[in-house]
Design a protein around this ligand. Sequence first.
Ligand SMILES: Cc1cc2nc3c(=O)[nH]c(=O)nc-3n(C[C@H](O)[C@H](O)[C@H](O)COP(=O)(O)OP(=O)(O)OC[C@H]3O[C@@H](n4cnc5c(N)ncnc54)[C@H](O)[C@@H]3O)c2cc1C
Length: 356
Amino acid sequence: MPSFDYDYLIIGQGIAGTSVAWHLHDLGMSFQIVGDASMPSSSRVAAGIFNPLTGKKLVKTWLADDLFPYARTFYGNLEAKLDRKIMHLTPIYRPFRSIEEQNTYLAQTADPGISPYVAQTPDPGAEMPYVNADFGGLEVVQSGWIDLPALLDGSRSYFQERHLYVEAAFNAADLTRTEEGVEWRDKRFKTVIFCQGFFALENSWFNWLPFTPVKGQILEIATDVPVKPYIINQGIFALPVAENRMKVGATYSWNPLDWEVTEAATEELEAKLRGPLSTGYTLMGAQAGIRPSVRDRRPLIGIHPEFPNVCIFNGLGTKGVTLAPFLAKEFCNHLIYGKELNPLVNIKRYFSLYFR
Ligand SMILES: Cc1cc2nc3c(=O)[nH]c(=O)nc-3n(C[C@H](O)[C@H](O)[C@H](O)COP(=O)(O)OP(=O)(O)OC[C@H]3O[C@@H](n4cnc5c(N)ncnc54)[C@H](O)[C@@H]3O)c2cc1C
């Protein structure tokens, strides 16, 4: 019988690696999570918004009825474990641009799949004089944002205290595959799980998967007037993070794929912000990151086609906050109990790319 020092080695401590780690922890598995605080992370740039109704057409987020209740419980439990505020249940206010838009949206809200996510209370636009809402607006509920830096820092400290976190830049050359599992730094593990976000492109076990990464930038502004706890959404979002502070985002760009803030992206966001926001503000800062998006817009999760001890949990794209908790649960049940993984997220759907 092979003996292991740990069950799992997790590479990457963004929302993907952290969610997987918490599920393994709660299931009594042993693991080491490897993170490098000096490397960029999309999760640290993200606004952390979870929004059940997206886009111009008010499309319900894929799997919303499963993802949202589970995410709320997961983040709520983490708040208790880490004894810090992480989850903000904040409604989203979508001011209409015209009477036509008002009519279209209000008709859509009659859909029984959509209506549970729309407030039935009076339009809160009047409480927000800093928002251009001449035609009224729609209030989306069951939405909010996760303070990702608080979650990631709190989790890191928790795991560090229990010797479950290693601060290191993982180098694939240091990993050895054996008949039974993998070895790293003289420790034996049953399975390695790569949760590297964009950096999966540098990982020769998984760089054949069809990642289509997307760069994004957000701004932080100090508003001239106090703002209410409503996320404003009209083509862009303005997220209140404090009484006079908002995060504004986000851009989508493909070239160059780097982590640099650009003046052009700042101008684009400021131009879009003039639509819904009527108050003055001061630009306080900007951040850019790279979303680990995928050709078919579904996560990339599962076990390597040839090496059963090598796994990936990635491809969370624009919705890491919503997707990570529920899919980490499904993935851990798959690894530990052999439960079937949703074929739409399982990397098996792309095995033909590996074997061609
Ligand atoms: C501008 C912007 C706004 C966004 N807003 C939202 C939002 O409001 N809501 C939402 O849900 N999503 C949002 N996203 C998307 C979100 O950021 C991603 O879905 C999510 O963060 C992906 O998480 P991840 O853990 O897979 O990747 P990451 O957060 O990038 O984590 C991967 C980690 O692995 C580490 N790593 C990689 N290689 C190594 C190595 N060799 N050694 C050690 N560590 C390594 C990296 O440093 C990183 O910490 C936004 C993204 C951007 C760019």
